[in-house]
Design a protein around this ligand. Structure first.
Ligand SMILES: Nc1ncnc2c1ncn2[C@@H]1O[C@H](COP(=O)(O)OP(=O)(O)O)[C@@H](O)[C@H]1O
Ligand SMILES: NC(=O)OP(=O)(O)O
Length: 322
């Protein structure tokens, strides 16, 4: 089977959210062991990943050093995170393959995601990035023109523009690498957001695309059999955080749509994961699973996780050369 794994931020920073290079490499290395489990089980795998903590940190560096070196736009910061996370994922994946005697290679693709220049996401920022701060500190940054949101128990977090992903422009490169036998890391951070010009070319725009939503677009375009969203909980729950919380196992598309409409999944955390899972299956994909990183191989085997399956056989994707 072709499996697309979307890795959450929890899988890529230290236990306390630490984003030091060492903590990130350790965390990515642990995540790639779980990806290697899937490869060892005989699956073809594409990995995508978040970049919220990393891209937020780059923005802070930009601001602190603006008087010395020219700041770079947000799409450049996104591209830089694809580079650092991508090479670390490839390094650690290949080490995991070697330690298991698997003769597989990995490659990371710098990936662009097409968005609409008139998307309302450009005027109302929604994507949380970077570190959490107490309200007092966030207030000072708001006074300097930044948008920050109260994100609950952890504090306040900066939010940036996040348009809808329409198309992953480098899908063909990913397919070509898959055909050549590579495990591919692609569309990191939701892909570098680009818009089409009237002349038909594209250029980067300042935003951060939601990686779960891009994962659903890419999974369909690649003809993936399963979309796995790997996070820090084994199941999405209804009644989350209440004494009546109930983990969801196998659920129908309609049932899950009902829970989502009922506001059961928090925006900015479980909400986009469920939305991506629904879009993949609604769009003709066979199966979406949301589960904990440590359980992704069991989840692909159908043994754990919140599983949404298509009521009808999966429909072919627009991409015909797979
Ligand atoms: N309905 C829900 N069911 C389960 N977890 C939920 C729900 N709503 C919100 N969450 C929270 O979503 C978190 C996972 O989202 P997030 O922290 O954004 O993950 P990641 O960084 O892995 O992408 C869980 O740890 C949990 O605290
Ligand atoms: N780009 C993105 O969705 O990143 P996170 O998953 O880290 O929020």
């Amino acid at each position: 089977m072709l499996v697309l794994v979307a890795l959450g931020g929890n899988a890529m920073t230290g236990p306390d959210g630490s984003a030091t290079p060492h903590a990130q490499r350790e965390a990515i290395g642990r995540a790639m062991q779980r990806v290697a489990d899937l490869v060892e089980a005989g699956h073809d795998v594409v990995v995508t990943h978040g970049n919220g903590p990393q891209v937020g940190n780059l923005l802070v560096k930009n601001e602190l050093a603006a008087h010395v070196v020219p700041p770079v736009p947000l799409d450049w910061c996104g591209a830089q995170t694809q580079g650092t996370i991508g090479f670390t994922a490839v390094d650690t994946l290949e080490a995991a393959f070697a330690s298991r005697g698997l003769r597989r290679r990995a490659a990371a693709v710098i990936t662009r995601t097409l968005v609409d220049a008139s998307d309302p996401g450009f005027t109302t920022p929604t994507k949380p990035v970077g570190r959490f701060l107490p309200h007092e500190q966030a207030k000072r940054l708001i006074e300097h023109g930044e948008t920050w949101q109260d994100r609950g128990e952890h504090g306040w977090r900066r939010v940036v523009a996040s348009p809808e992903p329409l198309e992953v422009l480098d899908t063909h490169a990913v397919l070509t690498l898959l055909h050549a036998g590579y495990v591919v890391v692609a569309a990191g951070g939701g892909g570098i957001p680009v818009v089409r010009t009237p002349g038909g070319t594209v250029h980067g725009v300042e935003a951060v695309v939601d990686k779960d939503l891009t994962a659903a677009v890419l999974a369909r375009a690649l003809g993936a059999d399963v979309l796995v969203t790997a996070t820090d909980v084994e199941h999405a729950e209804v009644g989350f955080g209440t004494p009546h919380a109930r983990p969801l196992g196998r659920v129908s598309l309609e049932e899950m749509e009902g829970y989502a409409a009922d506001g059961q999944f928090a925006s900015g955390s479980m909400g986009p994961k469920v939305e991506a899972a629904l879009r993949f299956v609604r769009g003709g994909g066979r199966r979406s699973v949301i589960t904990a990183l440590d359980r992704i191989a069991d989840a692909v085997a159908g043994e754990v996780g919140t599983i949404i399956e298509s009521p009808t056989p999966a429909t072919p994707t627009p991409t015909t050369d797979r």
